[in-house]
Ligand binder design. Structure first.
Ligand code: ZN
Length: 168
């Protein structure tokens, strides 16, 4: 079964609906107060919307040229990435820069907790007020993603650009 086919099963769609309902029941409005969780809910809804359109195209009730279909797959990938499903997103998107970014995040996530690089954890810069310079962390968190169960914080190393993930 291809990844595309896996996405189109009625079971999969029913599962999405079930997930959304379960999340609302469990977290209610609190869910959308956290940006990562709000993104997750939006990602699920976006996935659903695109799947509906792709299904309509397959059934012939909606017309779309190749370019439009590729846009839909790229949107679907965005919806999946918002849910922390980076591997699937990388496989589906037609956008090369996004594919690269999703791959990097999928890789970081599969090695969560493992440092992205061996660079020093802190950098010291010259300071006009302190002869010893100023020290700051060499890694900055640039994104937080919720995958329905876990909170994933992505960090990037300022020295080499390496991406790491921490799961809580
Ligand atoms: Zn580094």
């Amino acid at each position: 079964m291809t990844l595309f086919e896996q996405l189109f099963t009625p079971e999969r769609r029913a599962e999405n609906e079930r997930k959304q309902a379960a999340l609302r029941e469990k977290y209610g409005h609190k869910l959308e107060q956290n940006p990562a969780q709000a993104n997750y809910v939006y990602g699920l809804a976006r996935e659903q919307m695109v799947l509906d359109q792709l299904e309509a195209i397959r059934e012939g009730t909606l017309e779309a040229d190749d370019e439009r279909q590729q846009q839909l797959y790229t949107q679907l990938a965005e919806g999946l990435a918002l849910q922390g499903r980076f591997e699937e997103a990388a496989a589906i998107t037609f956008s090369a820069p996004h594919k690269e970014e999703y791959r990097r995040k999928a890789q970081a996530l599969s090695a969560a907790g493992v440092p992205a690089c061996t660079c020093p954890r802190e950098v010291t810069e010259a300071s006009p007020t302190d002869a010893k310079g100023t020290t700051r962390p060499a890694q900055v968190q640039f994104e937080e993603v919720w995958d329905g169960e876990r909170m994933v914080a992505f960090v990037r190393c300022l020295l080499c650009g390496g991406v790491g993930a921490e799961v809580s």
